[in-house]
Design a protein around this ligand. Structure first.
Ligand code: NAI
Ligand code: MG
Length: 488
């Protein structure tokens, strides 16, 4: 018998950066992850694995299985066979399982938060205080509807759709898994879910949790891989519904693939939200809203307030306050609880953001960045704003998905409505004013699925979320999110 205790962590030096031992002592990560199909972890058909990295250290964390068409087929068969039993359970029974998942997630919250931060680069404060609790809340919320479907949709005889193929992005890996899985299960569907290739680890931890929860085998299958694996899910003939969150380009591809089939589809795609500050707004609060709107989660947020509109009479003051506040933001080690802005999710994404910063300068907008020191290793980007941006600039029209804000000024409400809507996207918007009447006026005229007033980036499982135009269609969250998984 060995006398030395095997350390749970430190199989690679990514852990060396983790600050406090109490943060990591409950974390167990494997070196290699297989596919979660029919209640167990199985090797991929191709025997191929790909690495997932810690973007703050550039070090490999683990190897993850790459699912091919045969693996997708296996997962779909498991989901189909589970569907027969799962859809016939009473809503109350289904609800019990979903509540159990929610409670286990709370119990393991710390582990989920640390892994989310390691794998994706977001600050531990955000993983711990926002992503993980909200993910658990989605399971709690939808567990409550499982036995009330008739009440939620009276006289409609709601029935599950069948198998949901769910493809999620890398900006909120665990939270997006919860957004997708919880309503699907509450409605009586079974699931094949694929996380993004740069952030698969919390979904695989969720697979372990689901196995431990005793959920019947095959009800949730979690398979990993990149775009090819995603396409194999989309194209599988026995899938009844596709739910996708990600880029508009891939969303369009998926829409083309399912056209002519009877698969149901919801798409949650990009955004380029207007955050609008009127001269009667509480300006200090508004500046906090601007900061949170664009720098939360490194700006990797589809609903980020990435276009700031400030009323001309207060523009100088707001911009001065904003620059001062930007100087106080700490960019760096995501594991440090005092960090405000963590690592950019991947080398590719950092390259894309830097390209846009160059484009902005070439287009003639005036760049300002905070002067903070950023780590030499890892993928980091200083908080960046562009003054004197104009409607025709690419940095104003295109989704950058990073900590980069464009600033435009306006005089009248009509002018700002026109500019805010003159964009291919329509996911979200923010309005800051002291006048309730102005809020109601704007919210009826802005073409955006979600509009915040005197706050920004607030999420709740009860409220529907989704877009117009190139931001996609269908809603997630609330009863709207549940109805997207029901045939009625
Ligand atoms: P992406 O749209 O390629 O990736 C999202 C998910 O789709 C991943 O799980 C990926 O594996 C999967 N996927 C990729 N190709 C697929 C296909 N042909 N069929 C089915 N699934 C497929 O996003 P990517 O390339 O990681 O990021 C590029 C840009 O997209 C970002 O810079 C950002 O602007 C935008 N984006 C927007 C998101 C949002 O929530 N609005 C989320 C992620 C990216
Ligand atoms: Mg990673």
């Amino acid at each position: 018998m060995s006398t030395t205790k095997e350390p749970k962590l430190n199989f690679n030096s990514a852990w060396d950066l983790a600050p406090a031992p109490e943060d990591t002592k409950h974390i167990s990560l494997k070196k290699q992850y297989d596919l979660f199909i029919n209640g167990e972890f199985v090797k991929p058909n191709s025997k191929k694995y790909f690495a997932t990295y810690n973007p703050a250290t550039e070090e490999k964390i683990a190897d993850v299985a790459e699912a091919d068409e045969k693996d997708v087929d296996k997962a779909v068969k498991a989901a189909r066979s589970a569907f027969g039993k799962w859809s016939k359970l009473t809503g109350k029974e289904r609800g019990k399982y979903i509540y159990r998942i929610a409670r286990l997630m709370q119990e393991r919250a710390r582990e989920f938060a640390v892994i989310e931060t390691m794998d994706g680069g977001k600050s531990i404060r955000e993983s711990r205080d926002i992503d993980v609790p909200l993910a658990a809340n989605h399971f709690f919320y939808y567990a409550g509807w499982a036995d009330k479907l008739e009440y939620a949709f009276p006289n409609k005889n709601p029935k599950p759709l069948g198998i949901a193929g769910q493809i999620i992005p890398w900006n909120f890996p665990l939270l997006m898994a919860a957004w997708k899985i919880a309503p699907a299960l509450a409605a009586g569907n079974t699931v094949v879910l694929k996380p993004a290739e740069t952030t698969p680890l919390t979904a695989l931890k969720l697979a372990e949790l689901i196995r431990d929860s005793g959920l019947p085998n095959g009800v949730v299958n979690i398979i990993t891989g990149a775009g090819k694996t995603g396409a194999a899910i989309v194209n599988h003939p026995d899938i009844n519904k596709i739910a996708f969150t990600g880029s508009t380009d891939v969303g369009k591809l998926i829409q083309r693939s399912v056209s002519g089939t009877d698969k149901k589809l919801t798409l949650e795609l990009g955004g380029k939200a207007a955050n609008i500050i009127f001269d009667d707004a509480p300006l200090d609060q508004a500046v906090e809203g601007i900061i949170n709107g664009i720098f939360f989660n490194q700006g990797h947020v589809c609903c980020a307030g990435s276009r700031l509109f400030v009323q001309e009479s207060v523009a100088d003051l707001v911009i001065r306050k904003l620059k001062d506040r930007m100087q106080t933001l700490r960019v760096g080690d995501p594991m440090d609880k005092n960090t405000d802005i963590g690592a950019i999710n991947s080398k590719e994404q950092l390259g894309k953001i830097n390209d846009y910063i160059k484009i902005g300068k070439d287009e003639g907008a005036e760049m300002y960045q905070s002067t903070c020191v950023i780590p030499k290793k890892g993928y980091f980007c200083r908080p960046t704003i562009f003054l004197n941006a104009t409607q025709s600039h690419r940095i104003v029209q295109e989704e950058i998905f990073g900590p980069v804000l464009t600033i435009q000024t306006f005089r009248t409400i009509e002018e700002v409505i026109e500019k805010a809507n003159n964009i291919p996207y329509g996911l979200s918007a923010g309005v800051w004013t002291d006048k309730g009447s102005k809020i109601f006026n704007l919210t009826t005229k802005l073409k955006a699925g979600v509009i915040w007033a005197n706050t920004y980036n607030k999420f709740d499982p009860t409220s529907p979320f989704g877009g117009y135009k190139e931001s996609g269609f269908g809603r997630e969250g609330g009863l709207h999110g549940l109805s997207a998984y029901l045939d009625m």
